[in-house]
Design a protein around this ligand. Sequence first.
Ligand code: NAP
Length: 280
Amino acid sequence: MAIRMDGKAMAEKLRGQIREEAAALPRRPVLAVVLVGEDPASQVYVRNKEKDCVECGIQSQGYRLPAETTEQQLLDLIGTLNESAQVDGILVQLPLPKHISEKKIIHAIRPDKDVDAFHPFNVGKIVTGEDGFLPCTPAGIMELLKEYRIDIAGKECVVVGRSNIVGKPMALLLLREHGTVTICHSKTADLRAETLRADILVSAVGKRGTITGDMVKEGAVVIDVAMNRDEQGKLCGDCLYDEAAAKASYITPVPGGVGPMTRLILMKNTLRAARAHLEK
Ligand code: NAP
């Protein structure tokens, strides 16, 4: 039976470190958190991020804007936050209402305040392997792998999902650590054939049952990124957990695996942004 990778416990441990480092700075790091509209899931995410800020000694500045906010109004707010010497990081909660271009908004955030690492400048740095902000979910997964002393060099790494937020940067970070990386997506001809080769399998699809036990190689490390709801409304991942855990050596649970680490990296990135601004 697989060892359960406890992202919740690890995030709690690291949160204490961030709190100490933040307290040692001449002023508290500041994260601007922007939410447009009333999407219930986004409201929960934003509340959690603000709670994390409190626990890490980071000051959060909340901006709750109505769903009718125009693209220009949001761009104006980002312009103000970009210029403010008081703001270290800017987080715009996605998805945005349909009439606002996410691409335009992401491009408007100054790269040195882009704590989500979605701006093409920061994405480019991930591609070339330069030091910079790392995207929260993939970076959280890399920290989990490190904590559990899982070697990546030379391993077959299969990432299921190719979103800009999870799949693609995940593949790049695994490649950076010398994994042999395959990216799968909805057009992959034979998903099972690909996943069965994986020493490290990362699933970020968003459909429960995408990964069944017969798709997991004996002894594989299984990282389940997804956050789905089952028929009872209970939070679950892409993997059928019990089946996958019976084959895997390590596995992340949902909840309590990748999610808490994602939240922690946002705090880490904000601390990093504050340090850089204070050194200027
Ligand atoms: P997304 O943008 O919807 O991407 C899903 C990916 O899965 C796409 O690349 C899609 O392929 C691929 N896919 C869909 N059906 C497939 C299939 N049958 N076989 C193989 N690939 C398939 O989602 P996302 O933003 O990356 O998020 C993925 C999941 O992770 C969601 O459940 C989300 O809630 C969760 N998530 C969790 C965290 C966390 O902190 N735990 C953070 C972010 C996201 P195509 O590109 O071909 O369409």
